[in-house]
Design a protein around this ligand. Structure first.
Ligand code: ZN
Length: 410
């Protein structure tokens, strides 16, 4: 048995893959924070599907959550015993964000409409595509009677879009994953599928509250202009951060840490008032070699200077903080194996990258477990008209099939 036989076996399932994907997308799996029912029904559908495909070992680990009608959030593990000792996991999530503005959709968000080689629907790309691809990759081995090289576990988690408490964190707390395991988290990728992400930047969302003193705009000397102080502070602090934390790492695009002022709240309706209060936010994405505490110290220093020169008060607080996890080595077993599976299926050259946002790979890396992030996606996640390319689902399934088979094929 060789790579071509596996590829062909997956291609033959194209129709079943499409129908399975459509069936899944018709079941709303929006989390309770967004008013959705959670993943219970979608989970039942997937357990039934895995059973129908012939998988013998399927576990459901439920985290109780009174906010959903079922009272529980399912986490599903489909296992396939391998010939070797080590374990290989593919972690995908069942939940989706809500549809957003329904009028912006060309096709209904919970229908799985197929047009021009694409399947439209909320959760088609994020993360339904890779869930199906991993399932049908494993199924190809089952069909051909090939054992995986390692013990494969396909994990379909709940609660990824809103904090992971009932999903991956619940499973990590159970001690399901061990140091020697190989993990793929296919929840980020590019349209050409040639990049494997091995590291993430730290991210910090910081709220800045500038308090001055409101007064009539014709007599500014009686007040302290909070907007002007905010403007001076933004320019001073961001310039300094960009100069001081300027290291480049070519794994990332852009290769530098980014320090951006972003959201700015309204400070009052009228033009003829000097504002006494201005609230805005920073979004920082910082290379992993830097400590966010050092960045915060630098921000405080600039704040003190602007306070002295303007008479305003500046208060800084984290809205969100995520410190980068250790990098998965570009020479790690999972990266090498995944790269060679992609290259074998597609004949392309694969390269490692870093990414600016956080993924579920981070908690694994913190535990010293190698985790690679990869997928071939059109980058429509969370958009109206989210879709998945059928060709990508089939091709990624072929990659999983070859990866799982490992040395048990030629
Ligand atoms: Zn996702």
């Amino acid at each position: 048995m060789d790579v071509d036989a596996l590829r062909k076996s997956v291609s033959q399932e194209r129709g079943v893959i499409i129908e399975s994907m459509r069936g899944m997308l018709r079941i709303n799996a929006v989390g309770p924070e967004s008013g959705g029912p959670g993943e219970a029904e979608r989970g039942r559908y997937l357990v039934a599907l895995a059973r129908k495909l012939g998988f013998a070992t399927i576990e459901v680990l439920e985290s109780s959550d009174p906010r959903v009608p079922a009272g529980k959030r399912p986490n599903i593990i489909v296992r396939m015993p391998g010939t070797g000792k080590r374990r290989m996991w593919v972690i995908t999530h069942m939940d989706t964000v809500p549809e957003g503005d329904i009028n912006a959709w060309k096709y209904p968000p919970f229908e799985g409409t197929v047009v021009d080689g694409k399947i439209y629907g909320r959760g088609a790309e994020d993360n339904g595509q890779e869930l199906m691809a991993s399932l049908f990759g494993a199924h190809a081995l089952l069909k051909l009677g090939i054992k995986p090289e390692f013990n494969v576990g396909l994990v379909f988690v709940s609660d990824e879009e809103h904090g992971n408490t009932h999903g991956i964190d619940f499973l990590l707390a159970k001690g399901l994953f061990k140091k020697d395991d190989l993990v793929i988290v296919p929840d980020h990728g590019q349209p050409d599928g040639t990049a494997i992400s091995v590291v993430e930047k730290s991210s910090a969302w910081i709220q800045v509250e500038v308090s001055g003193r409101q007064t009539h705009a014709s007599t500014p000397e009686k007040g302290v202009n909070a907007l002007e102080a905010a403007a001076r502070y933004i320019v001073l602090s961001v310039d300094r951060l960009r100069r001081k934390f300027s290291t480049k790492d070519p794994l990332f695009e852009p290769p530098v840490s980014t320090f951006e002022p972003t959201r700015c709240e309204a400070n009052g309706p009228n033009i003829n008032t000097v504002p006494g209060r201005q609230v805005f936010a920073f979004d920082f994405r910082v290379l992993p070699e830097y400590d966010l505490d050092d960045i915060m110290r630098e921000l405080q220093k600039s704040a003190k200077e602007v306070e002295r020169s303007s008479g305003a008060k500046i208060k800084l607080s984290y809205l969100n903080r995520s410190d980068a996890a250790p990098k998965t080595s570009t020479d790690s077993e999972i990266v090498k194996r995944l790269a060679s599976a992609i290259e074998a299926v597609r004949g392309v050259k694969v390269h490692p990258i870093g990414i600016g946002g956080g993924t579920c790979a981070a908690p694994f890396r913190r535990k010293g477990i190698e985790a690679a992030v990869w997928s071939t996606i059109p980058e429509t996640a969370h958009d109206a008209n989210e879709y998945a390319n059928i060709a990508d689902i089939v091709s990624d399934a072929q990659v999983y099939a070859v990866l799982f088979a490992g040395k048990n094929i030629d």
